[in-house]
Design a protein around this ligand. Sequence first.
Ligand SMILES: [Mg+2]
Length: 260
Amino acid sequence: MRSRYVAGMASPDPLAPLRSRPDRAGVFSDFDGTLSAIVMDAHEAEPLPGVADALGALVGRYARVGVVSGRPAAFLVAHLGGRGIALSGLYGLEHVGPDDAIAVDDEVERWRPVVTAAADRAEADGWPPEGVERKGLSVTLHFRGRPERDAAARAWAEAESARTGLKVLAAKQSYELQPPVDADKGTALADLARGLDAVCFVGDDLGDLPAFDALDRMARDGAAVVRIGVASAEAPPELLRRSDLVVEGPAGALDLLRSL
Ligand SMILES: [Mg+2]
């Protein structure tokens, strides 16, 4: 952890490369745990009040503003659509254009029935339906509030991966099965940020590390990058260690967006 963000007191301002040339800069963020409070039931997550407006206000000034999430794109459109915010869903498997239309590559689409069958088997194997999040092109097995089920969830996901060819992604108190394509928050961020001179990404979880990796590659190519971590009781130490700035919870992330 290099510094903690305190509005108006960071010195020198690590966000200066973005603020000085917003027309050449991009502002990107994760959703869950970053712009929304973590909730027990994944279906109940909502952005903090003011988040959509704060992002929308940046759209007019920055070259690109986007949210890159493990959520289905339709969920992101429902909460953040209609404002010109670039939205990438399911860890980059779904893309949302300026008209809020959702696009999926053919290579990914053909895995949809395999994912549905895996979700059906999870429930048939006794996982409670509320812990099996069906996202269309991926399925997430949640064990929030049941830490003793971590090992069983992992073992189930790995066995299902071996059976189907789907890949396993470990996330916060969950395991997700996804199509085995080269897509993660890093590839999604690299697509959205192509050509920009300065880029920041705000994240709170292990699934955000590929986005930090993408920022590392952009930095090697000469871009100014800012890795922003969201601190919480569950924040992975590696994410905070790699962060140039750390904000306190989603409220801190919202303050940061408003400060841009
Ligand atoms: Mg998150």
